[in-house]
Design a protein around this ligand. Sequence first.
Ligand code: SF4
Length: 305
Amino acid sequence: MARKPQFAPEGIRHATLNNHRFHLRLTDPTEENFLWIDGRSPPLVLDQVAAEFLAEVIDAMWAHQEGSGDHTDRVCDQVVERMYGRYGTRFALGRNRVTRARIRADLDRIFGTLMAVADGSCPLEAGVEMQEIRQEAWAAPARMDLAVTYRCNLECPHCYMGAPREMQELSTQEWLSVYEVLWRIGIPQVVFTGGEPLLREDLVSLVAEAEEFVTGLVTNGVLLEEHAASLRDASLDYVQVTLESHDPGIHDRMVGSADGRYGRGCVVSCACAGGGAAGCDRKRIQTCPLCVACSNLDCPLRPAA
Ligand code: SF4
């Protein structure tokens, strides 16, 4: 599903291409070009030409997105013409002559490489050169966590919240103003957290309005099954469910409950976040260190060795 274009003036490009979220930041003071794919960190560092190609692809995609049908040819033609206008006359003669055919071949190669990385290939093996990333030189962070509420439906003894649970929260409109600032300074990803963010009645709207960002949700899972389909339809990209143990009883003791119902629900939520109940097509389960260290070898959530 295509998302609305939201171009910031400082060289931010964003698009959903082949079901992957591409977020290109062109204007870091380091003069490096960073590409986040599906919000993964660290980002790729693109050389100037690769960044220009991708920016042109995204611009052309938005320009031709109206109407039905396959726009691939028109997108490619526009990219080739724009790149030819930039390089064709500058390198018109000799061995390094730039032709439209050569630009088209470069476009296919660069785009193919980026899609391979998006689909999970090792960047090095796909042909992306590794470069040192100096995060301290970035103009903005790669991700912003938004504590949309401090309310919670659990009572974990180890709760890290320093604030009172009942306190004035930002309104929907105020959060939209926050989005504008985050987008303008080039932050590609927002994560809804709390407290328990699913206690916000407007959370689905907040996710839908953040469609230009990669969006994540950190939740205790109690209410996730109820809201999973709506969140998926609002284009939420991923969910992180806090699972304290594969054993519902242990899980519940760790979240301040006694009867195991939250633990069982939490496992359902993990399956839901992973794709089953919600029918999500971006399957990704994140497990906490405690789960990785867990001794239950039969646990369906245990990562492969
Ligand atoms: S689920 Fe999170 S916010 Fe809620 S009580 Fe537990 S640690 Fe605190």
